[in-house]
Write a protein that binds this ligand. Structure first.
Ligand code: XMP
Length: 509
């Protein structure tokens, strides 16, 4: 097992991921961790991540120097290397700053750079450099502007690189990490999905003991995989609730019901569209809509949970599909996103007196999908586009009325159906229709029409932080547009959204 100490880099995640890709379990810990706590974790190695600070700055996150005394191999990356420099020499902020691609000249391969060529393309992002170091440290590579770009001290088992081996732009980055993880740390390959599945099931059994688990499942990837895993562990002591707030896609309720009824003995499908619609009546401000939906969801869930607990007093846990990136907030660049929109990822109230259990909390999305596959969940579920909690309400600009919801459901259904038929569904990150609450004039047959506008949005993205509009073929767009106008009553105009994120967002509200 390897530990990654997070000094605030957006790449701390990526480092942990890369180690797992090598088949070794890794965990991210915050920068304030003490040497003793680290020792207790018994890692095979420690990686110090990069970060935006300068080591000599006031308030910069520092390292508990006790960590260097254990003889556990340490690899410092970027800011992590400067922490090593600060502990065993001097760091200087006056050197030439270097960002982006650089050529690394290898002086001596040593143990860390074993297997690399003479010159290697690496990705740099730093302002400070190490200016001096005590004896025992050997410089193994330099760039034109950075003398100490890689170094090692084999007797102390301390290694460092000024560049980022975890990013794809560093061509031999994986080789460097591999050298550290296996040749230097002698870590064992223990992170296979089959092993992980068994471990997670055992952990759930141990944690839940003879009690029951209650869970709100959405039909999405994370909650479906989490519920299936819990079910493998405790069977019918799992109780799943699906709340239909009336703002889901056409056919969604039937599909989710079929999926969960097949899998879980205790599944409850709750039609709550009436209270949601009632509370949303007259509301057009986006944040207000989001708040209302969030609160109503909790109310409905609580009421159902109360009823269930009467008949099943063994229920003591609340299952959640939280995944690793949801938890590591300090490394989550999407923190700002939540200020733009209050994403309502449910934190259910403490007063329910249930202990939270989150079996996927150590996994990334691709791990979750792999695990889902092992649990027999179909690709259709595992590779679905993301769907926001507030559903169609944030795709109907303005008030979400019954009529508008119905129109949007039909238009969206046609769009997705055509994307699937043409093979484009799997090529885009997310696609959906939105409804503009204004009407425009058209002509159908010989008659004048005055109807709503549907906007189609399809985007490509890797993490939803940035997105580009998908270049769908003209002929496909044409087919979708004419089908929607002809088949959906109340729509006489279709537009295609060509806004990137930023400055647009993926959803409309
Ligand atoms: P934006 O609109 O912020 O969306 O560019 C980024 C991604 O997040 C999804 N999204 C949500 N997901 N609850 C969710 O679970 C929400 O309230 C929510 N709002 C947006 C959106 O679909 C996109 O994938």
């Amino acid at each position: 097992m390897l530990v990654v100490i997070n000094y605030g880099s957006q790449f701390a995640h990526l480092i942990a991921r890369r180690v797992r890709e090598l088949g070794v379990y890794s965990e991210i810990v915050p920068s304030g961790i003490t040497a003793n706590r680290l020792k207790e974790m018994q890692p095979d190695g420690i990686i110090l991540s990069g970060g935006p600070s300068s080591v000599y700055e006031k308030g910069a996150p520092l390292i508990d120097k006790g960590i260097f005394k254990f003889g556990i191999p340490i690899l410092g990356i970027c800011y992590g290397l400067q922490l090593i420099g600060n502990s065993f020499g001097n760091v200087d902020g006056r050197n030439v700053k270097e960002y982006g691609k650089a050529i690394l000249h290898i002086r001596k391969k040593g143990r860390l750079l074993d297997g690399l060529g003479k010159d290697e393309a690496v990705w740099m992002s730093h302002g400070d450099s190490i200016s001096s170091l005590e004896e025992g440290f050997e410089i193994t590579a330099s760039t034109d502007t950075c003398e100490m770009a890689a170094l090692e001290n084999n007797s102390r088992k301390i290694y460092g690189v000024q560049f980022h081996p975890e990013v794809v732009h560093t061509k031999s980055g994986m080789r460097i990490l591999k050298n550290f993880v296996f040749s230097i740390c002698h870590a064992k390959k223990d992170f296979t999905m089959a092993g992980m599945k068994e471990r997670l099931i055992q952990d759930i059994k141990k944690e839940v003991m003879g009690k029951g688990v209650l869970m709100a499942t959405s039909g999405g990837v994370d909650s479906t995989v989490a519920a299936t895993l819990i079910h493998e562990a405790i069977g019918s002591r799992l109780h799943c609730i699906f709340i239909d707030h009336g703002l889901i896609r056409k056919g969604e309720r039937e599909e989710v019901d079929r999926l969960y009824r097949e899998r879980f003995e205790n599944y409850y499908s709750v039609d709550a569209s009436a209270p949601f619609l009632k509370k949303l009546a007259g509301i057009s401000e986006p944040e207000q809509k989001r708040r209302i939906i969030g609160h109503t969801f909790i109310e409905v869930f609580e009421a159902k949970a109360k009823e269930l607990k009467k008949n099943h007093p063994e229920i003591a846990f609340l299952g959640q599909g939280t995944i690793y990136p949801d938890r590591i907030e300090s490394a989550q660049p999407s923190k700002n996103a939540s200020k733009i929109k209050s994403h309502h990822n449910l934190t259910l109230p403490e007063k329910m007196h249930l202990r939270v259990i989150e079996p996927l909390k150590e996994l990334y999305k691709d791990n979750v999908r792999e695990l889902g596959k092992m649990l027999g969940i179909s690709n259709h579920i595992l590779y679905r586009h993301p769907f926001p909690g507030p559903g169609l309400a944030i795709r109907i600009l303005g008030e979400a009325t019954k009529e508008r919801i119905q129109i949007l459901k039909e238009a969206d259904f046609i769009f997705i159906e055509e994307l699937k038929k043409s093979g484009y569904y799997d090529r885009v990150w997310q696609a959906f229709a939105a409804l503009f609450p204004i009407k425009s004039v058209g002509v159908m047959g010989d008659a004048r029409t005055y109807d709503y506008i549907i906007s189609l949005r399809a985007v490509t993205s890797v993490d939803a932080m940035t997105a580009d509009w998908a270049r769908l073929p003209d002929s496909l767009l044409e087919k979708i547009s004419s089908r929607i106008v002809n088949e959906v009553r109340g729509v006489n105009r279709v537009v295609y959204d060509i806004t990137q994120k930023p400055p647009g967002t993926i959803e409309y509200e």
